[in-house]
Design a protein around this ligand. Structure first.
Ligand code: FAD
Length: 428
């Protein structure tokens, strides 16, 4: 009864902690030689935070994240379109966190090493493919080949189940769905960075400003330093181009230059936020063409399943990428508890989530909750004095409630849901 996980990102490491919690031996194969704290800010929705707390990570998560208090949309002229409380302030039993992706990954990584031992993560092992073994008395499970980058050698490992948590450019998905094209770019490019800035609004607000074609996202990922009055701000500047021209490769770590996008944001200064100044004060800026993949009709091939971005990479407009990777891991763990470490368990995970996630991928392609910015743009060019002249509040309320339900974090439903994995559960 063993599990191999391809990929030591947020999803793969949560999977390892979940297997350990329910008594299933697991090894993570991670392609990079050394896991480093890469990326910038991400948001964890309360449904994912609940799972990390159930794994006993609440206090550690709290030490690296900011509990988000507010989610706000702002027009091109800096006036409020919509603001709603988030996390505990919204009535959830669990907070929402804004956190540095790399710090979260390192937290999970160290937790895996502490709980499972130093050999539980094989860094420098790039998974290349798999072969389902015949289900008979001699052979079962799956054979996995990986390139050991330290020794430049091919290694073969066996397990009952392989989980492909290997992200956007998943090798497992490529084998499971041969002929699938490269990730699809819809025209938007994100420039991402983090720098020290003055708190705005609640000091823990996620703020999206502008329109669908040009927008700026701002949220803090550290508390205010009492000595300076500043906090670490994560920002994203986004522009949309004609996708027919193509763009550079989608790589989360590609460095970018200011000149490529700052001129378009040069006059985005409001009395409460100076966007060009915040961008200029940033040391490292990363570019990312916003890509996704068309949903597929299956995440499972025998004893192999896709999870996280490998299964359902989506536009990062609704803060669901990392959150859903965590949920996937927990739903797979729950399926192992019910059906054993088996293809049956993988099929029940797929049955529980595939349709909803496929719909969410497409919903996010339509800008997810940020679609409201597009509606305001359409009605008044994004410039207004009083939003009540442009939108009915009830329209937005209903839209946001539908989005939360689709993404699995409707308040009542989540608060009333039993734990995905009951404490002290052990796999059969
Ligand atoms: C370096 C990096 C930086 C990121 N920065 C941001 C960010 O700033 N903002 C944001 O919203 N999202 C970011 N993301 C994406 C975000 O982490 C994911 O959308 C989300 O966490 C889902 O997690 P995942 O575990 O499915 O995939 P990921 O977090 O992407 O993890 C996949 C892991 O698999 C490894 N891997 C890939 N191929 C193989 C292979 N063949 N064999 C073994 N291992 C393999 C990768 O090295 C990586 O560690 C980043 C991802 C990466 C890898």
């Amino acid at each position: 009864m063993t599990v191999l996980v391809a990929g030591g990102g947020i999803g793969g490491l949560t999977m390892a902690l979940t297997c350990h919690e329910i008594g299933v031996p697991v090894t993570v194969l991670e392609s990079v030689r050394e896991i480093k704290p890469l990326g910038v800010g991400i948001n964890l929705q309360p449904n994912a935070v609940r799972e990390l707390m159930d794994l006993g990570l609440g206090p550690k998560l709290d030490s690296i994240g900011i509990p988000t208090k507010e989610w706000a949309l702002v027009g091109r002229n800096g006036n409020d379109i919509w603001a709603e409380p988030r996390g505990i302030d919204a009535g959830y039993n669990w907070p929402q966190y804004s956190v540095h992706r790399g710090e979260l990954q390192m937290l999970l990584y160290h937790e895996v090493l502490d709980r499972l031992g130093p050999d539980s993560v094989l860094a420098g092992h790039r998974v290349e493919g798999y072969r389902n073994r015949a289900q008979n008395h001699q052979q079962s499970g799956v054979e996995v080949t990986a390139h050991d980058r330290h020794n430049d050698a091919t290694v073969t490992l066996h397990a009952d189940v392989l989980l492909g948590a290997d992200g956007l450019h998943s090798a497992i998905r490529a084998q499971m769905h041969p002929g699938e094209s490269e990730p699809i770019w819809g025209g938007a490019v994100l420039w991402r960075g983090s720098s020290m800035g003055k708190p705005i609004r609640t000091g823990a607000s996620f703020t999206a400003c502008g329109s669908l074609d040009q927008r700026f996202i701002h949220y803090p990922i550290s508390p205010v330093d009492p000595a300076t009055g500043l906090q670490h701000i994560n920002w994203i500047a986004e522009l949309t181009f004609d996708p027919s021209g193509g763009w550079r490769e989608s790589d989360w770590n590609r460095r970018a230059d200011l000149d490529e996008f700052l001129p378009q944001f040069e006059d985005w200064t409001f009395d409460w936020l100076d966007i060009p100044q915040l961008i200029r004060s940033t040391d490292e800026i990363y570019e990312y063409p916003m890509v996704d993949r068309d949903p597929v009709d299956s995440w499972v091939d025998g004893n192999v399943a896709l999870m996280g971005d490998a299964a359902h990479v989506m536009y990062p407009v609704g803060s669901n990428g990392a959150s859903q990777a965590i949920i996937d891991a927990r739903v797979i763990g729950a399926a192992f508890l019910k059906r054993g470490v088996s293809s049956n368990a993988l099929n029940s995970y797929e049955a529980a989530l595939l349709n909803d996630m496929s719909a969410l991928v497409l919903r996010n392609r339509g800008a997810g909750p940020l679609a409201i910015l597009g509606e305001v743009d359409k009605r008044c060019g994004g410039v207004f004095d009083d939003i009540d002249d442009v939108l009915e509040r009830s329209e937005v309320e209903a839209f946001m409630a539908r989005y939360k339900a689709a993404a699995g974090f409707a308040i009542e439903a989540l608060n009333n849901a039993p734990p995905t994995i009951a404490p002290q559960s052990t796999a059969p």
